[in-house]
Structures are given as structure tokens and as C-alpha cells.
Design a protein. Structure first.
Length: 403
């Protein structure tokens, strides 16, 4: 018994260290940008660190920043959290091309100021032209939901209606632009590419619909919106339709036709997020944890794809968060040390300890290979998810489970 207690105390100490270092890192990252609305670089560039690929330099991915804002609230750093939420709210109303409330997948990192939010890009010396990434300037549906979740958390924390209004803008865009009634009804992948001719993505993602179900439900809890519960149920229905009872797992979504299930691939987030994002998930869904252990386990942690080629720090933190919130502290305790081992510097965590890992997914519709990779670089998403897991917040609901 003494040895067990000693192990638990060691794990608790690791968790406390993880809270301290990741919360400090996120707070310092905001403070370094000054006061006012700010978007954080997803891959910070430091002297002596591996060089960030040009296309990722000073790029603030919306998903990562939404996570950072939620994590900062959990860290007790409400001022810094609000600075990021302010930038997301600004983006819903001050896009340089659109007036419909959508957010882009990424923006230029740094203070947000001027008449419109700045998009990412860089001067391509070889081409002698300004270059932008077609995915980064697009609008994936899941990223809309995460922006809304961050904005709704800012509203819950501050009661400032501008955050509620911004969340409603972005969610209403998903309702109008991405809903597909063909069975299984749900929300499609969003839009890829450049305005005014961004390409609609006909596939539907289980993960995106999980995100939307949670975001619409969060709106319904905070505001009397007659459509919110209806939209949440549509998204949830899609997720329920993609539960494979025989294998005890979720299909990742559909093929581009929006109807045919994609049964060959698996994403860790799509497997575990339903357990904490959806209200009263069926008890049978707990079987997915066995599938995750057998199919996504890598070394002491977890990888993104089925039979992964490396450890995904962000996903390992997600498993720790789910375990903590689902009352499985032994699993969470096992992972605190794994996450601490991914330290880069100044409290940031590497996206992966490997040189790179493959998700098994492609970034755009014209890709000829699975080109969505994570690199051995300090990563905002990994750092924020570790803070979320260690503080015990449910990022989909704002609720806590401390032990």
C-alpha cells in the first residue's frame, strides 16, 4: 500500500508540474505579444530550435488558439484568455473577404489590429510573389466549432455579450453553409481554398460533428436559442450513426459523397472526444477505449492514426483528459510523465518526439498522398491540450473534475 501511495503521489507531482509549466508557457506567450487582442503562433520559432517550415512560420491556427484560450481560463489566467478570445471574436466580424461570420483555419500570428484580421502568408523569393496556403485560408467545419467553444467559454467566464454574439455568428454559418440532409444527415467538411471560389468539401467528419454537437449544446445551455438543441441533435445523430458496434469504435466519417462510411481509417480524436463532448454518451461507447489501446497505442502514449508511426503528444494529452474526466485516474496518472517528457523549452511541448508522424490524412482535395503531418517542433496545440488535461477542465463544457 505504501508503494501504491508513493506512486500516486509521484503522479500527482507530475500533474502539478505539468499544470505549472504549460500554464506559464501559455501566459508568457500572450504577454510577449503585448496588450490587446492577439493570436499565438502554433509553432513558435526560437534560436537554437529546429527551423519551422516556411509555410508554418508565424501562423496562428484557429483550433490551436481556441484551445489556448480555453486552457488559459482553466489556468486562472482570464486576462490572457480574453485577449485570444477577443481576436477570435474580431475574426468573425472583420474578415478581409467574407461577411458571413465564418473563421479561417489560420491567421497571421501576433496582435490583431486594423480594419480586418490578417491572413497568413509569406514572400516566396523563388517565385517573386506572395504565397498563401490553400488550407490555411479555408474554413473547415471543426475549426468553426472550436472557435465557438472558446467564445462561449469567454462568455461564460465574463458575461460579455460580444462573445456570445460572435459564437452565434460562426455557428450560424455552419448551419447555413455546411448542413447536408442526405443520410446520414450532418455537417460537411467546410471549404478549402481561396475566395471567391473556395471549394466545398462534401465529406463529413465524425470529429467535426462531435465538435458541432458540443458547441451547439454549449450555446443552448448559455442562451435561449431555439435552433441550438436541434442543430446539436443533428450533429450528434451523425456521430451515433458512425458507431461500429461490432468493432467498438467510431468510423472516421464519410467518403466525399457524404454518404458512404470511411471504414479504413481512424483518428484518435474521433474515437475519444464523444465520451466527453456529448451529453450522456451510451455506456457501450466505453468500449472504444479498448480499441484505442490496441490500435492507437504507441510506446507509453498514443498516435494519431491506426497503427501509428509515432507518438502524438496532443492526442496523448487528449487521452489523459478523457481518462481524468471519465473517472479513470490510473490511466491519466500514467500519462503525466509521458507528457512531461515531451518538454521543448519554456514550458512548451513538442508535437511529437519523432522527426515527423503521419496522420493518414491529406490536407486538401488535390493531394496525391497523406500529407497531413506533425513535426518535432514545439506546438501550441500540444501544450494547450496538456494544460487542459492537467487542470481537469472539459474543453467542450467548461466543467471541471479535479481528481
Amino acid at each position: 500500500m505504501a508503494m501504491a501511495n508513493s506512486g500516486a503521489a509521484l503522479a500527482d507531482g507530475s500533474r502539478a508540474r505539468l499544470v505549472h509549466m504549460t500554464c506559464a508557457a501559455l501566459g508568457q506567450a500572450v504577454a510577449a505579444q503585448g496588450s490587446g487582442a492577439v493570436l499565438l503562433p502554433s509553432y513558435p520559432q526560437w534560436n537554437g530550435q529546429a527551423e519551422v517550415p516556411q509555410a508554418l512560420r508565424e501562423v496562428a491556427f484557429t483550433y490551436d488558439n481556441a484551445l489556448a484560450s480555453i486552457a488559459l481560463y482553466a489556468c486562472g489566467k482570464s486576462g490572457a484568455a480574453q485577449q485570444v478570445a477577443d481576436a477570435l471574436a474580431f475574426a468573425t466580424a472583420r474578415d478581409p473577404d467574407y461577411t458571413d461570420g465564418r473563421v479561417r483555419n489560420a491567421y497571421a500570428a501576433g496582435p490583431v489590429k486594423g480594419g480586418s484580421v490578417a491572413l497568413p502568408g509569406y514572400w516566396n523569393q523563388a517565385r517573386g510573389a506572395w504565397s498563401q496556403d490553400a488550407y490555411q485560408v479555408g474554413s473547415a467545419t471543426g475549426n468553426q466549432a472550436w472557435a465557438a467553444l472558446a467564445l462561449l467559454e469567454a462568455y461564460r467566464q465574463s458575461q460579455q455579450v460580444r462573445y456570445l454574439d460572435a459564437a452565434r455568428r460562426v455557428l450560424d454559418w455552419t448551419r447555413l453553409a455546411t448542413f447536408d440532409a442526405q443520410s446520414p444527415a450532418g455537417f460537411t467538411g467546410g471549404f478549402y481554398g481561396f475566395p471567391p471560389s473556395a471549394q466545398a468539401q462534401g465529406w463529413k467528419s465524425t470529429e467535426h460533428n462531435v465538435d458541432l454537437a458540443a458547441a451547439w449544446r454549449a450555446l443552448a445551455r448559455l442562451h435561449d436559442d431555439p435552433m441550438a438543441n436541434e442543430q446539436a441533435q443533428i450533429a450528434r445523430g451523425f456521430v451515433e450513426a458512425h458507431w461500429d458496434k461490432e468493432q467498438g469504435r467510431f468510423w472516421i466519417g464519410t467518403l466525399p459523397d457524404g454518404r458512404t462510411p470511411q471504414r479504413e481509417k481512424s483518428g484518435l480524436d474521433a474515437q475519444i472526444w464523444p465520451l466527453i463532448a456529448l451529453t450522456d454518451p451510451p455506456a457501450d461507447w466505453q468500449r472504444v477505449l479498448a480499441f484505442v489501446e490496441s490500435s492507437h497505442g504507441y510506446a507509453e502514449g498514443y498516435g494519431f492514426k491506426q497503427q501509428p508511426d509515432g507518438l502524438w503528444t496532443e492526442g496523448t494529452a487528449q487521452v489523459a483528459a478523457v481518462a481524468q474526466l471519465q473517472g479513470q485516474p490510473a490511466l491519466a496518472q500514467r500519462l503525466w510523465g509521458v507528457l512531461l517528457a515531451q518538454q521543448a523549452r519554456d514550458g512548451w511541448l513538442y508535437a511529437t518526439p519523432q522527426g515527423s508522424i503521419n496522420t493518414g490524412l491529406s490536407i486538401g482535395p488535390d493531394a496525391t498522398s497523406d500529407d497531413f503531418l506533425y513535426y518535432h517542433l514545439p506546438h501550441l496545440g500540444a501544450t494547450a491540450w496538456a494544460a487542459i488535461a492537467a487542470t481537469g477542465i472539459n474543453p467542450f463544457t467548461g466543467e471541471y473534475k479535479a481528481n
